[in-house]
Design a protein around this ligand. Sequence first.
Ligand code: GRF
Length: 192
Amino acid sequence: MEKLTGLKKIKTAVFISGTGSNLKSIIKFSKLKKSPISINLIISNTRLAKGLKYADQFRIKKKIFNFINFKKAEKNISILLKKDKIKFICLAGFMKILSKNFIKNLDGRIINIHPSLLPKYKGLNTHSRAIKNNDKFTGCTVHYVIDALDSGQIILQKKIKISADDSSTSLAKKVLKQEHKLYPAAIMKIFN
Ligand code: GRF
């Protein structure tokens, strides 16, 4: 990743589909002097993503791409990334699975956050699955994005205790709080 670093911050896009609480934490982090990245673009697959409000709040360019035509959406995103000189991508609650080609073209420059201790519980409903299995711990993971879902090299993980009275909702809340710290820490780890 050395070749990305330098005096200027690395132009980064964040992809979202929902609430955008991780997006908010990444934006706040990016504004710190120590941050190696700047957030220059927010991409969503839906205009209903609540997190798009942070684009307005922090005056960051936003673009919505309709994924009904998946190929066309990815092609247009690639054109935009090139045009805006985006060198790094953070997926943060982005609910589309990017194609092999798209991932290959960005060659190790896409990372994602997942609400489990990967490789446990890839995919959806991680918290209810952990509770159902009587797990004592869960957590969150920041990892590189590769062709296989939630399977790329792990950058950082945080372990979180599951209490006897935890529901999937309370657990999601607990984990999300830690995600907001883990994502910036993982970005620091990559570039330092
Ligand atoms: C997070 O739990 C993240 O791990 C998962 O989707 C959720 C997104 O939450 N991939 P938010 O939109 O960042 O609030």
